[in-house]
Design a binder for this molecule. Sequence first.
Ligand code: IPE
Ligand code: IPE
Ligand code: MG
Length: 250
Amino acid sequence: MNLKNKKNEHKIRNDIDMNNLPKHIAIIMDGNGRWAKKRFMHRSAGHKAGVETVKEIVKAAGDIGIEYLTLYAFSTENWYRPKEEVDFLMKLLVDYLRKELNVLHENNVRINVIGNLDKLPEIPRQEVYKAIEKTKGNTKLKLNIALNYGGRSEIITAVKECINDVKNNIIDIHSIDEELFKKYLYTKDQPDPDLLIRPGGEYRVSNFLLYQMAYTEFWFSDIYWPDFKREDFFKAILDYQKRERRFGGI
Ligand code: IPE
Ligand code: IPE
Ligand code: MG
């Protein structure tokens, strides 16, 4: 990082009100493929570069004291990509966990996964379980990795489980309200995201956290994920702090 960027980053960081941090930040990590294309490189090079951004942003989130960070790593729709790309993304996930687990653990990061893990290939699934197990006692940043995650699928799974519990007399149908229903979601014990960051130039939610984002503040940027830096992350937080959240009130 050059000196000017560093100075700029410090300035932005210093402007952040530490008493008004978003508790939960969700990120749709997008633009890896276009980042590579722009450089006449293979899409896989974009994904690889994207992992470096993951490391940087996870570190930044921990440093500043964010409690929950949810990263969209693989959607239920991403299976439609060529097998070669899907395999590469799974391999990157395994490499990331194998190489970074100790660092994450030392930084008191607790890893959690949201999404349907049953459909993940065996090796990534095992690595994920290992990471969850190893970090389960950690108390600083809660890092949710969204893997084979889809908001609609999450809601449908939750509805089915609810119905099952009603059928088995575990819950009463009249007791189902927003608070109870939330317990059936992958994010059961967590606050809803306060801030959604989507780099990569697209202005959509792409099936991410549909139920949880009812009152989330959205922040979009044209920067491709591999080019997204700490400074941009802090800028998003700063912009968030300028918003007035009304939750339907006045
Ligand atoms: C995000 O980058 C990574 C994943 C979805 C896994 P993309 O691969 O979607 O990059 P673009 O959108 O094609 O540029
Ligand atoms: C969303 O990005 C999914 C992830 C970042 C994992 P996509 O690139 O898959 O979404 P679309 O295709 O632009 O909606
Ligand atoms: Mg994309």
